[in-house]
Design a protein around this ligand. Structure first.
Ligand SMILES: NC(=O)c1ccc[n+]([C@@H]2O[C@H](COP(=O)([O-])OP(=O)(O)OC[C@H]3O[C@@H](n4cnc5c(N)ncnc54)[C@H](OP(=O)(O)O)[C@@H]3O)[C@@H](O)[C@H]2O)c1
Length: 357
């Protein structure tokens, strides 16, 4: 017997579109292994909502993906009139998937909690608002959010497993940004800061405005999510953040920033050289414990696990009562649409198979 699990998908960007493709490709697998069929009953971008209570066909989903791939709006598919009501598809058996980068989904997610839906997030924002607003999500048993930290790497599930077996997390550390990892290893190899930033931007490793990555806030959000998962009710203000560009370059256009970035070449060259004289290398490291944390450029031993990280690889070290001296380590690629969508899909299948049991 096959049980249909309704999926409400918010976001059709790089990750959302890849997720739709992966859902279609793995349908037979889920049916055979778990007796589950994921049925997309609603799909949304920032402009429009497409609802079909019977589930969108594979052809409709493929069409939507093509439209979004072409840079168009879902409105081009459904027109200006609402195609249905989200309230009607927020049923107890549904799973709401947030693959946006928006704060505007928070209302729907809260409704989903109230309706008893499963929730899967790649979006970090709802989990990093003030604790009194976010704690309801962390307390919700049917929330999964593997892709919020380390993309498809099993960071959140490992933390959950440690906590579920009575271990206590003492502190966490990690290189949580592929972009900044790439930047650090380029500078280590003698590439000037401005050139390394330009290369990262050209390779699509950064947001269109590289300052969004260089500012360190996205890393701080990941550290905050891990801290809160560990049971520490920290706020963003409990983390100090070292941005990799000065305040004076904030107001510039992207082009002007890229030109002005050459003024930082010597600053980062000198820091890398000072580290090298002590057989150390620079890594953009997040460290967090129950009292708070710090996110920034840190000199680490060249020979250690952190020092030997190369390019955009991520690293997470979890120190617990059981893993007191040597941390549990998870390392590997921590970004990219394929691995991120796979992290989201893994969460969806986990929730779907548990819920039908
Ligand atoms: N890309 C990665 O490698 C990666 C890795 C780990 C985690 N993540 C996280 O995954 C999420 C998605 O990333 P992405 O790269 O796919 O982002 P993206 O390409 O910017 O796509 C975001 C999507 O969300 C839609 N959206 C915005 N507001 C919405 C709303 N209120 N309701 C419904 N849809 C809305 C956008 O609509 P429009 O198309 O109309 O603009 C767009 O389709 C982000 O939170 C990101 O931090 C990404």
């Amino acid at each position: 017997m096959t049980t249909h699990v309704p999926i409400v998908l918010l976001g059709l960007g790089t990750v959302g579109r890849t997720l739709v493709k992966q859902m279609l490709e793995t349908r037979a697998l889920h049916r055979d292994r778990y007796g589950v069929e994921l049925k997309v009953v609603a799909i949304a971008d920032s402009q429009a909502l497409y609802v079909n209570n019977d589930g969108l066909s594979a052809e409709s989903l493929e069409h939507v993906v093509r439209v979004k791939q072409d840079g168009r709006s879902l409105r081009d598919v459904v027109g200006d009139r609402p195609s249905g009501s989200l309230a009607l598809v927020l049923t107890e058996d549904a799973i709401v998937v947030d693959v946006t980068a928006s704060t505007r989904t928070e209302g729907v997610l809260r409704e989903a909690v109230a309706c008893g839906c499963g929730i899967v997030m790649a979006n970090k924002l709802p989990l990093t608002v003030d604790w009194h607003m976010a704690k309801g999500f962390f307390a919700y048993a049917d929330l999964r959010h593997e892709a919020t930290v380390g993309a498809g790497l099993p960071v959140i599930s490992t933390m959950r497993s440690l906590l579920d077996t009575g271990d206590c997390v003492r502190s966490l550390e990690g290189c949580m940004s592929g972009t900044l990892g790439y930047l650090c290893t380029q500078i280590e190899q003698g590439v000037p800061y401005s050139k390394a930033v330009a290369q990262a931007q050209a390779s699509g490793f950064t947001e269109p405005d590289p300052r969004e990555d260089l500012g360190g806030r996205d890393v701080a959000r990941k550290a905050l999510i891990l801290a809160r998962l560990a049971g520490w009710p920290l706020e963003m203000s409990d983390l100090s953040i070292e941005p990799l560009y000065p305040q004076s370059l904030t107001g510039l256009t992207v082009e002007a920033f890229m030109t002005a970035a050459t003024s930082l070449d010597d600053v980062y060259r000198e820091r890398a050289d000072a580290a090298a004289r002590k057989d150390q290398v620079l890594r953009y490291l997040a460290r967090v414990s129950p009292e708070g944390g710090a996110v920034g450029l840190t000199a680490v031993s060249r020979q250690g696990l952190l020092g030997s990280l190369q390019g955009p690889a991520n690293y997470f070290g979890i120190y617990t009562d059981r893993y007191e001296q040597e941390p549990v380590v998870i390392s590997g690629p921590g970004a990219g649409p394929e691995v991120t969508a796979a992290g989201v899909l893994g969460d969806i299948v986990d929730l779907a198979s548990r819920r039908i049991r």
